[in-house]
Design a protein around this ligand. Structure first.
Ligand code: GLA
Length: 391
């Protein structure tokens, strides 16, 4: 495993202490400035104030080509990301709320957020480690989803990485021992880099002081059309996965790894998302569309291309690279038409799609799945890249 420079000593110093006193951290960490300051590809401004009175900062990253990304310290949320169409026009291609308050009002769709401590579902919010039982916050029917009051609803500390070749933003958050039921203080660092070849590189790092489980991911919803009144059903998707994880009625994997061949879940060759999304298939019915975990054919932990999304009308193409074993492809089935879109109207079912690179859901309860256990002294480090181009 790669060496991190997080250092557990951090636990005893800054990060840990401010992690325990969120509000205090904001008072001390917030520079006294209200004006945006332009600084080497990253601009910093004030975004707003949470109902609890915590000031949230916004960082705008811009690469040499003019691609832009806005990130807020609340949830590490990517609130906008632009990419060029075939005419070279940069448009926003990630869903976000029109009204800032929607981010603070629970962000019901997890728009753009960093997800942790455990992305996806853990059955009944329970698991055992070394004979000890843990009860997590249950927030999705009988299950725990995306860490309960997870990393998406926490205030992160952001810093620009000076001297980096491309705009680089480092976000850190320390989850406390027992937070949402998980054992161990978990120092978490998520780094966003916007490279000059129009890629968003995300690195996730974590260290714990007690054995715990970790599964970090990103919950951006992409709509490559740049027009959020359009649905993603006309996007063509390829996932380099020959198996997926069938789920039960509460979306917990049954434990079976099922071949995609001959099912609506076969994206081994690029296929329009809308083609089989309403197929008469028990798994499609359970997910209300696609809301499943695909297991990559190449199970190595090397960084490799695992998915591609193409939007013909705009020409935009997005490649996904990761070192993780799986991806949750979610076709936005729960988006319910109640939230205002950035481009007018409301977000509707299937206004956006997520490709959440990760370990398998419910792995803490399924010994046959690759382990998500992190022990003291180990370094969790994973990388995912979303790269944009045109075809
Ligand atoms: C994940 C899940 C979905 C849904 C969304 C949030 O992607 O897989 O079932 O809960 O988050 O709406």
């Amino acid at each position: 495993m790669k060496t991190l420079n997080l250092g557990l000593s951090l636990l005893l110093t800054g990060t840990m202490l401010v992690g325990c006193k969120e509000e205090k951290k904001e008072e001390t960490a917030m520079p006294e400035q209200t004006e945006a300051v332009k600084k080497g590809g990253i601009t910093k401004s004030e975004f707003g104030t949470t109902p609890e009175g915590v000031k949230i900062e916004q960082y705008t990253l811009e690469n040499a080509k003019g691609m832009k990304m806005e990130v807020i310290t609340y949830g590490g949320i990517i609130t906008s990301l632009t990419a060029p169409n075939k005419d070279g026009k940069y448009e926003d291609i990630v869903l976000g709320y029109k009204n800032k308050e929607d981010y603070f009002n629970g962000n019901p769709y997890f728009f753009g957020a960093v997800i942790g401590r455990y992305g996806n579902r853990i059955a009944k919010g329970k698991f055992s480690l070394d004979g000890k039982d843990y009860q997590l916050t249950v927030n999705d029917g009988p299950n725990s989803l995306h860490g309960g009051k997870g990393f998406d609803k926490r205030v992160w500390t952001a810093e620009e990485v000076a001297g980096a070749a491309s705009p680089t933003l480092r976000l850190s958050y320390t989850a406390k021992d027992g937070e949402e039921g998980y054992p161990g203080n978990l120092i978490t660092v998520v780094t966003y880099v916007l490279t000059d070849d129009n890629a968003l590189e995300i690195t996730y790092e974590a260290e714990t002081d007690k054995k715990t489980v970790v599964n970090l991911t990103q919950h951006s919803y992409f709509n490559l059309s740049g027009d959020f009144s359009k649905l993603i059903t006309d996007h063509e998707l390829e996932i380099k996965a020959d198996k997926f994880l069938p789920v039960d009625a509460t979306l917990i994997p049954t434990g079976e790894l099922k071949a995609v061949k001959g099912t609506p879940f076969d994206f081994t060759a690029s296929k329009e998302i809308g083609k089989d999304i309403n197929a008469a298939d028990d798994q499609i019915k359970k997910g209300g569309g696609f809301d499943h975990c695909w297991v990559f054919t190449d199970s190595s932990n090397k960084l490799k291309q695992v998915a591609g999304v193409y939007h013909k009308a705009s020409g935009r193409y997005m490649e996904v690279y990761t070192d993780q074993p799986a991806v949750q492809f979610y076709s936005g089935n729960f988006i319910d038409g109640t939230k205002d879109s950035k481009t007018g109207g409301k977000y509707e079912k299937r206004s956006g799609l997520c490709l959440e690179t990760q370990h398998y859901p419910d792995a803490p309860n399924q010994p046959k799945f690759p382990s998500t256990v992190l022990s003291p002294g180990e370094k969790y480090t994973t990388k995912t890249t979303y790269k944009f181009s045109v075809k």
